[in-house]
Structure formats: C-alpha cells, structure tokens
Design a protein around this ligand. Structure first.
Ligand code: HEC
Length: 487
C-alpha cells in the first residue's frame, strides 16, 4: 500500500495544456455569454466541466449551483440529529464493545443513508447518475471552481474529479517543504483490499479514484455565500478570525461523495454488480501503465460512498461516515449492498501518534462496524478510513487540515497551509507534525502547532480548499497549471 496515499504527485504540459486552453476558450466563453457576459472568474468558477462533451446526445453533467438564497429552515429529514449517540470522552476511556449497535451509531449512519438515497435511482445507473432534484426541489449542490484544472478537474459525464488538484497532491518532505513533483502518475492512485498479485502486476500504478460530491440545501446555502455569483471567494470575520462567508456550515448540513475506481471485477471480486459509470478519465499508457493527461470515456465502478454531516453535539461540529460497496452481500439494489464501515467525529488526539506510544489511550472518536468480514480498510491506528483512502490517515485528520490562504493568494501545502495528504513520518512516530494532524479542532481555531498562523479554517471542507486553491491559481497566474504527462 506504499503508494496508497490519496494520490501521488503530478504536474503537467503539452497536449493537455492545449486541452485545458481549448476548454477555456469554448465552454468558458459560452457560459460567460449565458450568464450575461459576466466576469471571467464567474464563468470559470461555475462552468460544468474542464473538458468538452462531444456534440450530440448522451449524458452531460450540469453543475448544480443555484444555491438557496436564504437559510433553509430546520432540517426535518435530518433524523440522525435526534438519535441519542454519545460524543463523550472519558479518562481513562470506557470500554464499550457494543458501541456500534447499543451506542446507536449503526442507526445514526443508517439514517444518513436513508436521506442520501431518497429519490435516487435504485442502481445509481450510469444513464441516470446522481440526481440533484428530489421531491420537487433541488436537494443537492456542487462546489464551484473544481472544473479549472486540466489534470484532475471535473469531467463532463458525471462531474467527477480526480480526487484533487495538482497542487494539493504535493507531499511534504522532512524539511516541511513540498517534495518535487513526482512525474510517476497524473492523479490519485490507490490499491484495494483483496487484490490478487496478478492484478497488482497488471496495474502496477494502482487505480484511479474519480469522485463527485454534493451538499444539501443547508450546505449549499453556505457554499453560495462563500463563493458568490462573481466567482470570487468572500471572507468575513467569524468570532474574531477570517473565514469564508457562510461558514461554519449550519446545523442540518449533509454532504455526500460518490467514489469510483477503475479496478475491474476480476481484480476485486467485491465490486461485482457495482454501478458502472462511464467517466472521461485518464488513459493508461499500455507500455508503462502510467496514467496520461489524455482523457477518454471509460468504465469506472462505484466503490465507496462517503458522507459528512454537521452535528452540534460533536466536538468538531461534524460526523464523518463511510459505506463500502460489497457485491458479495445480499441486497436488491445498489444501496442495499452498501456496508457501513464506521463513523468518526474527531481525530483522537490522545492516541498515538498524536501522543507517544506509552501515553496512547484507546480510540474514542472513531466507532467501527464490528461486523466487517471482507474489508481491511482502517486508517492510522484504527481511526476511520475507507477502502480507497490512505491507511496512514483518517477521515477527520485529513479533513481537519482544510485551510486556505486569503483569497487571491496561492495556498501551498507545508508552506502557508497545512499538509493534508502526507508528510515525513505520517502515522509512524510521535512528532509535532503528527500531534497537529491528529487533533480535534473546531472553527475558527487555527491549525494546531502554530506553523500556519495565517491559514484560515474551511470547517473541514476539502472541496472548498480545492476551490480556493484554484481561485488562487487563477488570480495569480490567470491560467491553470498545465497537465504534464509522466516522462
Ligand atoms: C488523505 C486525505 C483524505 C482522507 C483520508 C479522506 N478524505 Fe474526504 N476528501 C479529501 C479531498 C481532497 C476532498 C475534496 C476533493 C474531492 O471531493 O475529491 C474530499 C472530499 C470529501 C467530501 C466532500 C466534502 C468535502 O469536505 O470536501 C466528503 C463528504 C468526504 N471527503 C468524506 C470523507 C470520509 C467519510 C472519509 C473517511 C472514510 C474521508 N473523506 C477521508 C481527502 C480525504
């Protein structure tokens, strides 16, 4: 799993640069016209995809960006908010072997799934995709500025992105500086549990994750304030600290992310029967098996559904949870074959490597589903992570590093914003960096450790981090980083 970080690094040129420019030249202008000739920032921020759909019929993704203009009322469908779960920590920790069922976390994550699947196609079929209009209104909204980067930006069929933008891929070296770009692969690659050795040989660079995320009306309201119609992120004062307008996300926010993998079923048997989405993703070089800038519409399979909800009882304000697709499980529809893996609402700062091993306490802010037979998926020291996630990280630790430079400036991980995806010694030894990364914080707190005093909290939204990063790229360079094929 050496390369199973949510991606290895990448930078880009050549063909794909042209690709990016072509996309700006046509799609961007068309939208600018459609929006009444608005500022270029608006057209780029709110365009549907970085690539151009071919002419003719066929599925095309449309960015859902008609955000609610007023704060929606209390979320009547957010049944999980009324489930009596406990966020308490105890010193020493209490042993509670049946926390998942008796502690009602199974009910909690079940209630979120009920909300997420409402009105969706039973098999989340390729021709239908993820529906945004549910019960006569818009239920789900996307984040702008994610269709700017030609390497990993939104594709036209399902709006998926290759996990994150080039800049965000940088791993941070021992000196705290970003490592030089690794030209090995374009985007985020992962391996999966239960993969045979023969498959590892067929896919030595691993598989690509292309995913798409949606915020419900409460979250959409906040996103619309953070990035208004002009496409320029808006920052206001929140409790004495700068934060994007609309944040922290209000109570009632729910976020869902659909993750796909290009792993074939003969490599990963638990993917049998998973929805096959055709996405415009990177072509693999048949000789080197590396992923290239060039994109083609190819089959990917849904492997994981991630969710995040705000809950005022949580010390971070959030609960993260994940479901893995399990084709070996009985169930009439795709949704019935999802297995919840666990929940997490903090990064367990009393557990190694946030503290030395001898002081390490049992986990208290992650609860795993004890009935997992097929997946080996947990993150650092048993904290929650999904099958395609970096096993050295965890949902909350990676997401707690969602910070940005002030709008218009570039965010560089390890320099002016914390590293999200990795740094020397991640999860392996007690260190100041690990202690900062595995902390439980709440906005507008700055990132722990004092290294990034000017980075502003994005209340765990890494999609907003991508958006602000891309806006910073636009504001400083007026062009995206071009895509560069692995040499
Ligand atoms: C090593 C980093 C990393 C880990 C670990 C990680 N994520 Fe994320 N996640 C990201 C990035 C980057 C994005 C934004 C880009 C995108 O949507 O792909 C994201 C986006 C999301 C979103 C959409 C909202 C947002 O915050 O941007 C949700 C929901 C989410 N992740 C849930 C989870 C859950 C649940 C887990 C654990 C099972 C998890 N993530 C683990 C990096 C991570």
């Amino acid at each position: 799993m050496g390369k199973a970080f949510r991606g290895t690094a990448t930078r880009a040129t050549g063909l794909a640069a042209l690709f990016g420019l072509v996309a700006i030249g046509t799609a961007g202008c068309k939208q600018a016209e459609a929006q009444g000739g608005g500022a270029p920032a608006a057209a780029l921020a709110f365009r549907d995809s970085v690539d151009n759909p071919p002419p003719g019929p066929g599925r095309v993704f449309r960015l859902s960006a008609d955000y609610p203009k007023a704060m929606p009322g209390p979320c009547a469908e957010c049944a999980w908010l009324n489930i009596p779960v406990s966020f308490d920590t105890n010193f020493p920790p209490k042993s509670s072997p049946n926390e998942w069922t008796q502690g009602k976390w199974a009910d909690y994550i079940g209630a979120i799934l009920t909300y997420v699947r409402q009105g969706q196609d039973p098999n989340l079929a390729d021709a239908v995709g993820f529906r945004t209009d549910i019960g006569g209104g818009t239920r789900w909204f996307n984040v702008p500025w994610m269709a700017y980067d030609p390497s990993v930006g939104r594709e036209f069929r399902h709006g998926t992105t290759n996990e994150r933008t080039a800049e965000l891929e940088d791993l941070v070296g021992p000196d705290g500086k970003p490592l030089p770009a690794d030209a090995d692969s374009i985007g985020a690659a992962h391996f999966l549990p239960q993969m045979t050795t023969a498959c590892k040989q067929r896919y030595p660079r691993g598989f690509e994750t292309w995913s798409v995320g949606y915020y419900n009306p409460h979250g959409g309201y906040a996103i619309g304030k953070a990035i208004p119609k002009d496409g320029v992120p808006k920052v206001v004062d929140y409790m004495g600290a700068p934060m994007p307008d609309g944040l922290p996300f209000p109570v009632g926010t729910a976020v869902v992310k659909v993750l796909t993998t290009n792993a074939p079923v003969d490599c990963v048997p638990f993917l049998a029967g998973s929805p096959e989405w055709r996405v415009n993703r990177h072509v693999m070089n048949p000789n080197t098996k590396e992923y290239m800038c060039k994109r083609e519409v190819q089959v990917s399979r849904i492997v994981q559904i991630d969710v995040a909800v705000t809950d005022p009882r949580s010390p971070t304000g959030w609960v993260y949870g994940t479901y893995a697709y399990n084709g070996t499980q009985k169930g009439a529809t795709f949704w019935d074959r999802l297995t919840p893996l666990g929940v997490q609402w903090g990064a367990d700062p009393w557990t190694f490597p946030a503290v030395p091993k001898r002081d390490s306490l049992a986990l208290q802010q992650s609860v795993a589903n004890p009935k997992l037979d097929i997946f080996q998926h947990m993150g650092c020291q048993g904290r929650l992570a999904g099958p395609v996630d970096n096993p050295q990280s965890s949902c909350m630790s990676c997401h707690s590093s969602a910070y940005a430079a002030r709008p218009g400036a570039k965010s560089v991980m390890g320099t002016n914003v914390p590293p999200s995806f990795g740094f020397d010694g991640l999860c392996t030894a007690y260190s100041a960096d690990n202690a900062a990364y595995f902390q439980t914080t709440r906005p507008p707190q700055s990132f722990p450790g004092g290294k990034y005093p000017h980075a502003m909290s994005l209340d765990t939204s890494l999609q907003l981090e991508v958006a602000l990063q891309q806006y910073g790229q636009y504001a400083t360079s007026k062009a995206p980083q071009p895509c560069k094929d692995p040499s």
